[in-house]
Design a binder for this molecule. Structure first.
Ligand SMILES: Nc1ncnc2c1ncn2[C@@H]1O[C@H](COP(=O)(O)OP(=O)(O)OP(=O)(O)O)[C@@H](O)[C@H]1O
Ligand SMILES: [Mg+2]
Length: 428
């Protein structure tokens, strides 16, 4: 009986234990499930967070790339060359302008920096060699400082200042020329007065010698020399000054005659025959600066004479050219005064002819090359024209055109008045 009871009891206990164990298992399984679900939720939110972080990172990278490109573009757009060296002197960055300015000659630049720009912060490098020879570069050196204030290398900037240098040189050359011009003007003025006295005393002396006397010839040489010196001085003074003509009534024929008288000695000396074809014959009034026009005629006559060292013919002709032109408001009569100064001298070839009006162009020993430059400036100041025709060994003709317009009426009235009163020689 006991055994049966025991067995029953044991069987019941086992069942209970099993039941309990089952219950515990169920409870644990439930807990596990809950826990699993919690974990799943966490993983999900972690994934979302990761994705967000990823997106942020991508955006950051993109922005960084954009900033990098932006800075690169700025660097490449600069006309200033930029070279960056690390602490060991190795090139880490260089922009397009640097490459262009130096023509890739980094070693030359680096050597120059270590030699010259070491202590000072800037220097000038003049490139030598085939490419970019003579180019002047301005170099500046800056330390490359990191955010933590550590020096990480060197930044070098490079500017091509060749044009600036040339301009600076030109400015200083111009101011030197200006100073020289001023000095020349002062000297010219100083020389002029004693020259005037020499000419005056030589002319007085000439009177003391009879025509056949050798000494008279020597005195004539002095006078002629003084005159040509005077001519050089006048040209120099005119070249250094701005020309502002003093317009007055001028009788062209007598002006031309005065210029001929002035050069008569050298004309005679070179055995030159002069012919005049003035039209109108004695009187042609125009508004002009008489001193300037006389200088212009003298320069042309002297050139003609100098072109005929073995003699020849010098012809001076004037004419009034009338033409009908359309001035926009209809057809009007225009009058030009034409003056021709022609010689039968050595003439010029084309190369010379093209340069004759250039300042300081001369083929003549002792010539300054200013005569025709001044002539050109004088004629321009009068609103006129100057042209040249020439053939080697045949001769040269200079043609001047002067307007006879704005003051024409006054000039004509005066001309009529003068003609009525009879011509008076014009002594200026
Ligand atoms: N009538 C001419 N016949 C031939 N050559 C001429 C004549 N006129 C000018 N030339 C040429 O033009 C050049 C320039 O003339 P320009 O009068 O300007 O200077 P220059 O006579 O040489 O010197 P200067 O300043 O003393 O007058 C002369 O050197 C000469 O070669
Ligand atoms: Mg001359």
């Amino acid at each position: 009986m006991n055994n049966t009871t025991l067995t029953k009891t044991n069987g019941q206990g086992k069942m209970e234990m099993l039941f309990q164990a089952f219950n515990t298992f169920n409870e644990t399984a439930l807990k596990l499930n809950e826990y699993y679900q919690g974990l799943e939720q966490q993983v999900k939110s972690l994934n979302i967070e990761l994705e967000r972080k990823n997106r942020e990172l991508e955006k950051n990278l993109e922005e960084k790339e954009q900033v990098k490109n932006y800075l690169h573009n700025i660097l490449e757009s600069l006309s200033t060359g930029v070279l960056v060296l690390d602490i060991k002197g190795r090139v880490t960055t260089r922009n397009r302008a640097f490459q262009k300015i130096t023509n890739g000659r980094i070693k030359e630049v680096k050597d120059f920096i270590s030699r010259q720009v070491g202590e000072t912060k800037s220097g000038y490098l003049e490139l030598k060699g085939k490419a970019r020879n003579g180019c002047v570069l301005r170099l500046k050196r800056f330390p490359l400082i990191a955010a933590n204030q550590e020096t990480k290398g060197t930044v070098i900037t490079l500017e091509d200042i060749t044009r600036l240098k040339r301009l600076e040189e030109q400015v200083s050359r111009n101011s030197r020329l200006e100073a020289m011009g001023e000095m020349a003007v002062n000297i010219a003025h100083e020389i002029r007065n004693p020259l005037g006295s020499i000419e005056l005393f030589a002319s007085l002396l000439k009177r003391d010698f009879s025509k056949g006397d050798e000494r008279r010839k020597l005195v004539e040489h002095i006078i002629s020399g003084v005159k040509s010196l005077n001519q050089v001085i006048s040209n120099t003074l005119l070249f250094t000054h701005t020309l502002i003509p003093n317009f007055q009534k001028v009788n062209l024929s007598s002006l031309l005659d005065e210029a001929l008288v002035f050069s008569s000695h050298i004309v005679k000396e070179n055995r030159i025959k002069v012919s005049k074809e003035y039209s109108p014959k004695n009187f042609l009034l125009l508004y002009a600066d008489s001193a300037l026009l006389k200088q212009l005629f003298l320069n042309l006559i002297l050139n003609a004479v100098q072109a005929m060292p073995d003699g020849g013919y010098l012809k001076i002709a004037t004419a009034v050219i009338r033409e009908t032109i359309d001035n926009g408001n209809g057809r009007v009569q225009s009058e030009m005064l034409e003056i021709k100064i022609a010689d039968t001298g050595m003439g010029m070839n084309r190369a010379v002819r093209e340069k004759v009006f250039d300042p300081f162009f001369t083929t003549r020993q002792g010539g300054t090359g200013l005569g025709l430059t001044i002539a050109h400036r004088i004629i321009e100041a009068h609103g006129g024209t100057i042209g040249v025709e020439s053939q080697p060994r045949k001769g040269t003709t200079f043609t001047l055109g002067l307007p006879l317009q704005s003051e024409k009426k006054t000039a004509e009235t005066q001309r009529h008045r003068d003609i009525e009163n009879g011509p008076k020689p014009d002594h200026r």
